[in-house]
Write a new protein. Structure first.
Length: 364
């Protein structure tokens, strides 16, 4: 599962990517600094994993991860191939969620591709290009089924209705993620189109240090603009986050954060939010050799969760022994949880809950 960092050229995408991944992607004050997408595998900060490790004292601790992709900046006309448009749109289509970086700070020393700071305009520039690309692919699909719909094919007629709804929305400059569809229509007709503007999105407002806690007028404008879009808005002082990231010691970083009025790096919050944006959740395994966070899709069943460890676990699944993280943390050990009668035995239909500590029984 991948989250793609997108935005106009020179808004702080690669600097943010470096903060998240320590991959040191090239970052410079000119457009199209990023051409090929940079990919980083980022650990998901999770205090529950730290608590489990403290209790179990294993040989190894392995966190959950999420893949972050730094994609080349987009400009007006990208849907027609301007700039690096075709490459950008191809890269973003391959991601599962979008982290849309918007410049919400003034700095005469950093060039803006359009000559002035206006995050609403910047958002609309990218939205329009993505909407135009989605419109193109939807109209192609419509043309393909139109003949069958005219002959009375009910399935094609139903799909045509949904496609026309999508086209109407895109022509009205609406992102498809803001449109409500029935579960059946979404599964049968919408999801198969893999529309870019249907991907879940988080707007990352890149602000100056003095706006890192409360934001500024630019951030307020963005919050108002996306209020109907079912999207999260995150405030992040990207350049300051980069400076904090360069400090050697944990104590130094914490002092810097406290001076800014923050209790944790904004990048940590962004990583967790990206994880949730991708509809992912975590379960744990805990033993002397290893305490580990495993990534599953929200709503996964116990056999599906077992399959993340090994396909044989899913094929031969018998049952799962489950402890909630809260109970494990409360009683302090697996043995004490058992003695308190808080360990549960769950079968194939069990929907794994975020934070479950699990053992799987299987037979091949």
């Amino acid at each position: 599962m991948k989250a793609g960092i997108v935005g106009l050229p020179n808004v702080g995408k690669s600097t943010l990517f470096n903060c998240l991944s320590n991959a040191k992607a090239q970052s410079a004050n000119f457009p199209f600094c990023t051409i090929e997408p940079n990919i980083g595998v980022v650990n998901v900060p999770d205090k529950r994993l730290d608590h489990l490790a403290d209790l179990v004292k294993p040989e190894k601790v392995i966190p959950a991860t999420v893949e972050i992709v730094d994609i080349a900046g987009l400009v007006k006309g990208a849907s027609k191939g301007e700039g690096l448009g075709n490459q950008f749109l191809g890269n973003i289509r391959e991601t599962d969620a979008i982290l849309h970086v918007l410049r919400c700070f003034e700095d005469d020393n950093i060039v803006h591709v359009d000559g002035s700071v206006d995050p609403i305009r910047d958002k609309e520039t990218i939205d329009i290009e993505l909407q135009l690309k989605d419109l193109e692919s939807t109209e192609k699909r419509r043309d393909k089924i139109l003949s069958a719909a005219k002959t009375g094919n009910r399935e094609s007629q139903k799909e045509l209705e949904v496609l026309d709804q999508i086209i109407t929305a895109l022509e009205a400059a609406q992102n498809i993620r803001s449109i409500s569809f029935s579960d059946e229509d979404r599964a049968n007709y919408v999801n198969t189109l893999q529309l870019i503007t249907d991907k879940p999105v988080m707007y990352v407002c890149n602000v100056s240090e003095d706006a890192a806690v409360s934001g500024n007028d630019y951030v307020n404008q963005i919050k108002q603009a996306v209020s109907q879009e079912n999207a999260e808005v995150l405030i992040l002082a990207v350049s300051i986050e980069a400076d904090i990231n360069e400090l050697d010691s944990y104590d130094e970083r914490q002092l810097f954060l406290e001076d800014m009025g923050l209790n944790e790096p904004g990048s940590s919050k962004l990583i967790r939010s990206a994880y949730q944006l991708l509809s992912l959740q975590t379960y744990f395994t805990a033993g002397e050799k290893e305490v580990r966070a495993w990534t599953i899709s929200a709503g996964a069943t116990a056999p599906q969760a077992a399959g993340v460890i090994h396909t044989d676990f899913e094929k031969g699944f018998i049952r799962a022994e489950v402890i909630s993280f809260d109970d494990y943390n409360r009683f302090g050990s697996e043995q004490k949880v058992k003695e308190a009668g808080k360990m549960r035995v769950e079968g194939k239909e069990y929907a794994v809950q975020d934070g479950d500590v699990m053992h799987f029984r299987f037979n091949i």
